[in-house]
Design a protein around this ligand. Structure first.
Ligand code: CA
Length: 333
């Protein structure tokens, strides 16, 4: 497949293979009305010191999720060559146009970067970013950490996560990195649809992969930003790339054993939460009610837990539409 693809149009303004800490850009040519020979300038930091593993750290895969960019702009500014063994590649805002717009998808092409892999060098701006990660950055990496949160429409209990994988050695290494991250919760994650995801691209290349869902609602909190900053340092220390010991933190393991974890709305209306994030639930408990808003006097629709566990995620806005994910139940160990 790769033999027939043309080279990526993206050029890095800094070297990947020279010792030192460098701040630069991934420059993506983007010709448009206000800049005929213009570019999208995606910030990147490369910190390298001698031989050793490479960590690829990303936030802003979705543009309205903020814990990752907070932790990674901070890390990029503070990395010192002498503290590094190997290499750290930091891209705090992967889908940079989406990040600048504060939206999940790109304002340029409506591209959802985390559904665009493996991407294309002659596709849209979002597809070109995916292709660059697929063919240039991911192959350099040994360990990949991609920060997510719920964005404007979801909110999560703070967790680091990875997936059940066919390669059990890769799976064990990934879960060890999740444990090292030290979020309040650690999730064995089930995806609704894994096609086109960065996660899948990294995992299919055999990388150790960690993702997160650290909060949401289109903002960050002091608590969740702190979890992100400690987590990324812990993952780098665990990998032997950053000097120092992993800062131990208690975590509770959660499982998503089946599609019964997810509850989707079938009607529109006003959502009334009956359980808050992190609270225990039993199968049959009402998680939320949706009140019809077309007229008074109509009965609300109850959404019930189909498993015992805790409320791990919820719809964030006050109004819900048919098809929206209302709630996710995580099963406790
Ligand atoms: Ca996300």
């Amino acid at each position: 497949m790769t033999a027939t693809l043309r080279p990526s149009p993206i050029a890095a303004t800094i070297a990947f293979d020279e010792d030192g800490v460098r701040h630069g850009f991934l420059r993506l040519p983007y010709s448009r009305d206000d800049s005929a020979w213009g570019s999208v300038m995606i910030p990147i930091t490369v910190a390298k010191n001698g031989e050793g593993p490479t960590a690829l750290l990303t936030g802003g895969n979705h543009g309205d999720e903020y814990e990752g960019p907070i932790a990674l702009f901070d890390l990029a500014r503070n990395l010192r060559r002498e503290e590094v063994s190997g290499r750290v590649i930091v891209v705090p805002a992967m889908n940079y146009p989406a990040f600048r717009a504060g939206t999940r998808t790109s304002p340029i092409d409506k591209g959802n970067l985390n559904r665009a892999f493996p991407g294309s060098p002659d596709g849209t701006v979002t597809q070109k970013i995916a292709d660059y990660f697929q063919r240039t950055l991911l192959p350099m990496a040994d360990i990949v950490l991609d920060f997510h949160s719920g964005g404007r429409t979801l909110d999560f209990v703070p967790f680091a996560a990875t997936h059940i994988l066919p390669d059990k050695r890769q799976e064990a290494a990934s879960f060890a990195a999740v444990a090292a991250f030290g979020a309040p919760f650690s999730m064995r994650m089930l995806e609704i649809d894994a096609v086109g995801m960065y996660d899948t691209a990294a995992e299919e290349m055999g990388k150790v992969f960690v993702t997160t869902e650290l909060g949401g609602g289109g903002t960050a909190t002091a608590l969740t930003a702190g979890i992100a900053k400690r987590g990324v340092a812990n993952v780098l220390r665990h990998a032997g790339i950053l000097r120092g010991a992993v800062e131990a933190a208690e975590t509770r393991w959660l499982d998503m054993p089946s599609g019964d974890c997810f509850t989707f709305a079938e009607d529109e209306g006003l959502i009334e939460p009956l359980v808050d994030l992190g609270q225990p639930v039993r199968r049959g408990d009402v998680l939320a009610r949706v009140h019809p808003v077309g007229r008074t006097g109509s009965e609300p629709i109850a959404f019930r837990a189909r498993l015992d566990g805790i409320l791990a995620a919820r719809h964030f806005p006050g109004l819900v539409k048919a098809g929206d994910c209302v709630a996710v139940v995580g099963v406790t160990d």
